[in-house]
Design a protein around this ligand. Structure first.
Ligand SMILES: [Zn+2]
Length: 174
């Protein structure tokens, strides 16, 4: 089974669950509840700023926040990061016992607290090898530029399906 990411690096899906034989995006209603939750959440966070940039600059200096490139953790307890801050997360995950919180509700808040308290990867920390925050999936890094765009895929979803899923499109500033 091929694993693919969509919109952001990090979360991976079975390609055959997202796309039919013609490469068309399947209706969300045909996906498993877990996949549906992740896709619905991705639609929201894909337009979010990086959590670390946000912690550094906040609302007052929004334009200095880089956009999310990667997502780790579980829906609603996810961490979204820009490429520059991914190494801080990976350091926390590997060296500061963040991995022990995989699947826990405190996953995101524990990382945010560590970062807000000044936690950082050491200079030159080799961050770019992907880690897996979902015990079910097998990591196969996909360069960001090869990921399907979430916007394109979103356009293929019909509104009725989204309403059924109770996705609040007002949260999306597309
Ligand atoms: Zn950042």
């Amino acid at each position: 089974m091929t694993k693919v990411s969509i919109g952001l690096r990090g979360w991976r899906f079975d390609e055959s669950e997202l796309f039919d034989a013609n490469g068309e995006f399947r209706p969300l209603t045909e996906m498993s509840p877990d996949t549906r939750d992740r896709i619905a959440r991705l639609m929201v966070v894909v337009n979010d700023p990086c959590d670390c940039c946000w912690l550094q600059h906040g609302e007052s200096d929004k334009q200095r926040c880089r956009s999310a490139q990667v997502v780790y953790g579980e829906p609603l307890h996810e961490v979204v990061l820009c490429n520059q801050h991914e190494s801080d997360f990976l350091y926390w995950f590997r060296e500061e016992d963040g991995n022990l919180l995989t699947g826990e509700r405190t996953f995101d808040s524990a990382f945010h607290q560590w970062f807000a308290d000044g936690g950082r990867a050491p200079d030159g920390y080799g961050g770019l090898e992907h880690v897996d925050t979902d015990p079910e999936t097998v990591p196969t890094p996909t360069p960001a530029e090869e990921l399907p765009s979430m916007d394109e895929k979103l356009a293929e979803l019909d509104e009725e399906t989204l309403t059924e899923l109770d996705v609040n499109l007002d949260d999306l500033d597309i």
